[in-house]
Design a protein around this ligand. Structure first.
Ligand code: TZP
Ligand code: MG
Length: 238
């Protein structure tokens, strides 16, 4: 058995050893810098797979499927179509909330919020290659998710957003900067990020960004994605 798996089992369920730095060094996965979250509630011009295709054509290096209603069968069917698009272009598909749907369609990863499956359980039921992203309402819970082995964390909302009805008050760039300093894994900033604010977010230390409206609600999602990616890359060079 993989020694890290063995040690992690011991640490979580038997003895209190914090292995977060081990996990970062040994299991670091390739995490994209532009996560486009597809959405069909804020716009109805494009389906989830169509948005995935446009975003990938524009250079998105991660697609997240996030759909808050619908039956499990419906979600599996949409995710399956998205996985076909993502696999064709070798872009990872992350399924929001649902480890079972990620497993069902062979997606690259899942993203868990504070009320979803705990990261420690996700680690047990998903393969070791599966990307696990996590976000939470408090910094304490975020740090817990990191020490449980999250591969990246989503941090936000950075700015005001109307895309998530229950979003908290904006955390701003200073708190993002602090989180990036203490997190032992990549931080993906989310919430109200636009083309105009992308550079500041990256300069605050974010590994990347996750967006809905800055792509899905734009007249041309492909062009919007291209512009965001260029902005990220330029900000990383400075
Ligand atoms: N989680 C925190 S803010 C947010 C989510 C899903 C919404 C992001 O959407 P937008 O349009 O990029 O602000
Ligand atoms: Mg969730």
């Amino acid at each position: 058995m993989d020694i890290l798996i063995l040690l992690r089992r011991c640490s979580r369920y038997d003895v209190p050893i914090n292995l977060s730095h081990f996990q970062q060094n040994a299991n670091m996965k390739n995490i994209g810098v532009l996560h486009v979250i597809t959405d069909t509630t804020l716009q109805s011009r494009f389906t989830h797979p169509q948005l995935a295709e446009l975003a990938i054509q524009g250079g998105a290096d991660t697609i997240q499927f996030r759909h808050k209603n619908g039956t499990t069968r419906e979600l599996i069917e949409i995710a399956r179509q998205m996985q076909i698009v993502c696999a064709q272009h070798e872009v990872p598909l992350i399924v929001n909330d649902r480890a079972d749907i990620a497993l069902a369609v062979g997606a690259a990863g899942t993203h868990f919020g504070q009320d979803d499956m705990p990261v420690a359980i996700g680690k047990r039921i998903l393969s070791s290659e599966t990307i696990i992203g996590a976000s939470a309402r408090t910094e304490e819970k975020i740090l817990e998710a990191i020490s449980d082995g999250a591969d990246y964390i989503g941090f936000g909302p950075i700015y005001q957003t109307s895309s998530k009805p229950d979003a908290e008050t904006p955390k701003g760039l200073e708190r993002l900067r602090r989180m990036c300093e203490i997190a032992k894994c990549p931080v993906i900033a989310i919430g109200g990020i636009t083309l105009q604010t992308t550079a500041a977010v990256i300069r605050a230390g974010a590994h990347g960004i996750a967006v809905i409206s800055a792509v899905c609600n734009q007249p041309a999602p492909l062009v919007a994605t291209k512009n965001l990616m260029r902005e990220i890359q330029q900000a990383k060079q400075v």
